[in-house]
Design a protein. Sequence first.
Lengths: 477, 97, 129
Amino acid sequence: MQTADFTALTPLLLLAAAIAAVMLQIALKRSHILTIVLTLAGLIAAMLGVLAVGDMPARQVTPLVTMDRLAFFFIGLILTATAATALLGCRYWEHAVGQCEEYYLLLLVAALGACVLAAAHHFAAFFIGLEILSISLFTLMAFARRRMASVEAGLKYLVLAGISSAFLLFGIALIYADVGSLAFPIWTARLQAAGETVSPLLLIGMGMTVIGVGFKLALVPFHMWTADIYQGAPAPTTAFVATVSKSAMVALLLRLFAPVDFTAEPALFWTLAILAFASMIVGNILALRQDSVKRILAYSSIAHMGYLLVAFLSGGPAAIAATVFYITAYTITVLGAFGVVTVLSRTDADADSMSDFQGLFFSHPWLAGVFMAMLLSLAGIPLTAGFIGKFYAITAGAQGGIWWLIITLVLTSAASLFYYLRIVVAMFSPPLENKTQPPAAGISYSGGLVLTVMTVLLIWVGSAPGPLIDLIGRITQ
Amino acid sequence: MNVPLTHLLTLAGGLFFIGIWCAVTRRNLIMVMLGIEIMLNAAALAFVGASLRWQQMEGQAVALFVLAIAAAEVSVGLALIICIYRRYRTLDPAKVQ
Amino acid sequence: MDVNDPVTSIATIWPLMVFLLAATGLVIVMIGLSALLGQRHWQRTTGEPFESGMLPTGTARIRFDVKFYLMAMFFVIFDLEAIFIFAWAASVRQLGWFGYIEMLIFVGFLLLALFYLWRVGALEWGTKR
């Protein structure tokens, strides 16, 4: 390894150093505030690292990872989302469990796993990153150990992630047996060269890999426990799962399949297209029937992964840029939405049922406004980031000529307005008489900071998307 | 006198299906974890077989990672199962919900 | 030498065959002779695990303290980390000093984790301070 390799790895090295520092600090002297400061310092240092080295030419460091602009962009996104989760967690964890310093430690470890996943260039790096992320997530979900729903969510995610990892691994092993290399580019080249005559080993391996990725992105036939997990997990963790683990998986999807020409690979195209179609339809239909806000957001996340796949599958020149833009807009929006849920949560339970949000406008007008903006962005109303994301996805799809997927996207988005507006209507209707008010302790500074930043970003990206589009354009050349 | 790849892959595939069967049908959380472990180990075996075919070390390295990660996963799983058992006094996933 | 040729393969593995036969024969002789020559009795306490010793009480299916599970988990994790050290040891000369430093960092992280476990009291058997 040379100095340039270490330079390229700066963000990951800083993150790993932060993990060691936080662990040492907890071992020596427990202090919630000190842990938060160290965590944020580590995250900010890693972000500065991204800014410092993000513009250098792509460099492959060892056979395992490639640090190119795409990787740096996703690492930046992951670090931002992690910092937002940590800030949201400050007030939330203060009284929820006895000792909560480990939450930040696990959060950093999970972020490191996601960053490795985003930069992976080799199946070994991919698997290690994925498992570092998943194993930390089980614990992050079960962290509110006095609430049984939280522990159950952790265990369910563990079973689900275990089975999907096994599928992925077995698929990768079969592909390795056929191709003879674990490096991504060789595998993609082989897939390109094979065309329509794919050997059975490669075909089965690919099928199992798609099943594994489908589980991780919660696409429709593999979405069984998503709603339970989103509902049961503590709200900051849910925000983290919905943003960090999804964006890391999307980065991987781009690396694996983006060089593949979908017109030459009808089997792969149709598999992913049917997954996208089913996710859009089923996700939205199931969301219509829910009364729990966290479950609605869970099903809407399934539908959103379907929309994202439409952008990805378009295969035109704008496909990659549209996908990256979509996941960025989605991350901003979901962090804001779950941020509101976190801020409103009490120590014994999260704000979840419709009645928790009824009359929010009269007690916390500011919060109600933020939540409305986030919901409208999820629905894809103009002047929000979500609208530009969807617009971009539709444009890319039109260039690729996949009209039936675009029509599904438009129709299901229109239907989704119904359940988003239901929450908005609940917020603006008069408060329930017999309801125990959530503590009027007010919003913590940290939570308020996160919500302000996310709202500003949402409106900024929604009204003037130029800079972000330019940035993504430079990344995805 | 190498074992042919097809034999190894057949063995690994068989193990994998036993694992799925165990993870999906058994009514005990410990057995579900056991099923997942069997699936992961089947994948590790397939990796070893594939690396034998290409005479590379890469696949064997991945098999080592699989072992270590499976251990970490099962530890976290056991901790959660103990948590569940303390509350519900049962390990039947159907009764836990 | 062709190992697949039956003649040469028997020629090379005959010591193993002899050893196998000798071992089996020894066991047969030991059990057979004691069965033929030994005396037998069937009395009240013959069937107990420790004849004329302590009487076993309770069942074998007792509940273990949860600390046993905790120790077992730590053991499994730290034990499996050792496989990476073995993999490094097998190729230590090719990896050189760079590999040595990498392994030091790895072991350092493991030690840090152990230190953390010790400080949070996870290694203590009695009640927590």
